[in-house]
Write a protein that binds this ligand. Structure first.
Ligand code: HPA
Length: 287
């Protein structure tokens, strides 16, 4: 399409693709978004790094402002699988428009990723959960945040009315279980709800979420999954339950607690992600 007539969101996306392509022609199969506690994953031996691109070097790109979230793309190999890794995501509560929040997700899809692997830190809403548990995301509730698909539809990405009946890919979920099994780790499973944040919830809000069938709550992930599903990526996600949600545990909530639990279990979280990506890569090449 003539770029003068292109939707401005699509134009920005194409400009970002171009600015990445000026630096690297790396073609990822898997796109990995690192949540709290996994931030240094790309600095470990698990990733054979080919190239790093700070978000600040990409024109028009939203830059994360949260402590503990570095802002860069890392291109490299995990268990031999070509991956693009977002070290630091962009949150809606930082004040960005929803279409900017999902720009990095769309960009990774445009760069060639077929699978989006989402990770996050979340509050446990299901009273059977414990801080330090990992939860496979089976489904999500998006109704508390604006849809990233609002506005003129970008037909080159996907349809106006996207189907959301199976956002989290069943075979990928099975791979997560197989990976966890092989490492002797156990997994919870459930429904993740994104709220805008940045404040944590009140106990009344958590009781509301329990009534809605929610198992974990956080401030990210769902909008990214919606945008990725719209453009046909296969998606899987794991929440690290860093704390019991408001009113369910004794203590007040703090970012320090979230970070502390995430750090405590980060070794296992990283092993799980590495093992899962290896298996996902092999399953993609077998197809
Ligand atoms: N609520 C919202 N987001 C979170 C929480 C929580 O309890 N823990 C980690 N991220």
């Amino acid at each position: 399409m003539n770029s003068d007539r292109m939707n401005p969101i699509e134009k920005k996306l194409e400009d970002c693709v171009e600015s990445i392509r000026r630096v690297t022609d790396f073609k990822p199969l898997v796109a990995l978004v690192l949540g709290s506690g996994l931030g240094d994953y790309a600095d470990t031996d698990a990733v054979k790094v080919e190239c790093r691109i700070p978000y600040s070097q990409i024109e028009g790109f939203p830059v994360s402002t949260v402590a503990g979230h570095k802002g860069q793309f890392i291109f490299g190999y995990v268990e031999g699988v070509p991956a693009v890794i977002m070290q630091g995501r962009v949150h809606y509560y930082e004040g960005y428009a929803m279409n900017d929040v999902v720009l990095p997700t769309r960009l990774m899809g445009r760069l060639g990723a077929k699978v989006l692997f989402l990770t996050n830190a979340a509050g446990g809403v299901n009273e059977g959960f414990h801080p330090g548990d990992f939860m496979v995301i089976r489904d999500h509730i998006s109704v508390f945040v604006p849809s990233p698909l609002i506005g003129p539809n970008i037909d080159s990405l996907g349809p106006r009315f996207a189907d959301m009946s199976e956002v989290y890919d069943v075979p990928l979920r099975q791979i997560l279980y197989q990976a966890a099994d092989s490492l002797g780790l156990s997994l919870q499973e459930g429904v993740y709800t994104q709220l805008t944040g940045p404040a944590y919830e009140t106990p009344a809000e958590i009781r509301l979420l329990q009534k809605l069938g929610c198992d974990a709550v956080g401030m990210s992930t769902v909008c990214e999954a919606v945008a990725a599903n719209h453009m046909g990526l296969r998606i899987c996600g794991i929440s690290c339950i860093t704390n019991m949600a408001a009113g369910l545990g004794a203590a007040k909530l703090s970012h320090a607690e979230v970070q502390e639990t995430a750090d405590r279990v980060s070794r296992d979280f990283k092993r799980l992600v590495t093992e899962a990506i290896g298996r996902i890569g092999r399953s993609l090449t077998e197809e």
